[in-house]
Ligand binder design. Structure first.
Ligand SMILES: [Zn+2]
Length: 94
């Protein structure tokens, strides 16, 4: 696993917050050092170029920065449970 992805997972484990913007595929992630907020775009939208406004991404451009990884993993955690699991939950409430 890429070091940036490892750091992203650590950030999420420590409760790093992600804010979803009103624009589809756009997210706001605070910098790990707490100095500013970066805008991540295009994550979770098929065929869209992923980008981030942090200096690390500006240098690399073709590879994701840790903020993009943060948003990817955050999105995975938000996605709805699979249908069978939802069915189980619904039966549990009846
Ligand atoms: Zn970034």
């Amino acid at each position: 696993m890429e070091i940036r992805e490892v750091r992203a997972l650590e950030m999420l484990r420590q409760g790093h917050r992600v804010a979803e913007s009103a624009t589809p595929g756009e997210f706001l992630v605070a910098s790990q050092a707490g100095r500013g907020i970066y805008r991540v775009e295009g994550v979770g939208l098929p065929g869209t170029f992923e980008s981030c406004t942090c200096p690390d991404f500006a240098e690399r451009v073709t590879a994701p920065c840790k903020h993009i990884y943060v948003v990817r993993h955050w999105l995975e955690a938000q996605s709805p449970a699979d249908p069978a699991e939802l069915e189980d939950l619904r039966r549990g409430t009846e």
